[in-house]
Design a protein around this ligand. Structure first.
Ligand code: 5GP
Length: 196
């Protein structure tokens, strides 16, 4: 069994509302070795496409996006969820509904960190209904760049984000694909990428 699936089975806690809590290695405490292995796996999976930059959204996407970017030898930028006094220059903004916070927020990136004409790899920790990933894709398109692919650490394939991303024409790769969280039990789909 691959490394990430094993950690999910050992440490994941299923919460009401189809939420998987993995705060011991991904969402609060971060396991640097596992993050590095995930970054290497994403870099390997997307090695057949040209990537100029990795984009994620704060906070939990940052660790795996940075290890992916390190492996690819490109910069990484994260969208902010809250406005900051540091954002004094022109920005791209998109409204995104948060699955875990149950509210909409604007995600923002300074335009200078998302130049036009690039191929951007989007990375995130979880995929549920696809709001975060599709919001990031809209930022990329608003910038005049292309989405080279969307890499997700843990997708919940039984929710509708998977299909929405494919319907939008994007390439989607998940390191662990969960087919069910029913009765608080994690079950994996069989055809997800292997992380060893
Ligand atoms: P989506 O935007 O695809 O509906 O949900 C993905 C985002 O919501 C991720 O960025 C992640 O922060 C959060 N999320 C969705 N489902 C889960 C989950 O089961 N566990 C955790 N920890 N975060 C989740």
């Amino acid at each position: 069994m691959d490394l990430l699936e094993q950690r999910i089975l050992e440490e994941g806690i299923v919460l009401p509302g189809n939420v998987l809590k993995v705060d011991s290695f991904l969402n609060h405490q971060i396991d640097p070795e596992l993050s590095m292995a995930m970054g290497e796996e994403f870099a390997d999976i997307f090695s057949d496409v040209k990537i100029d930059r990795v984009l994620t959204v704060e906070a939990s996407g940052i660790a795996i996006a940075v290890t992916t970017a390190l492996k690819l030898g490109v910069p990484m930028v994260f969208a902010r969820k809250k406005s900051s006094v540091l954002m004094t220059e022109p920005v791209y903004k998109e409204k995104v509904y948060s699955y875990t916070k149950k509210e909409s927020a604007e995600i923002t990136v300074l335009q200078k960190f998302l130049p036009a004409g690039e191929n951007i790899l989007i990375i995130d920790d979880f995929l549920a209904n696809g709001e975060a990933a599709l919001g990031l894709a809209r930022l990329v398109e608003a910038a005049g760049s292309k989405v080279a692919g969307i890499g997700i650490a843990i997708e919940k394939a039984f929710q509708n984000g998977h299909q929405r991303i494919l319907d939008a024409g994007y390439r989607l790769e998940a390191l662990a694909s969960i087919s069910s969280l029913e009765n608080s039990k994690v079950e994996f789909s069989e055809d997800n990428a292997v992380l060893e």
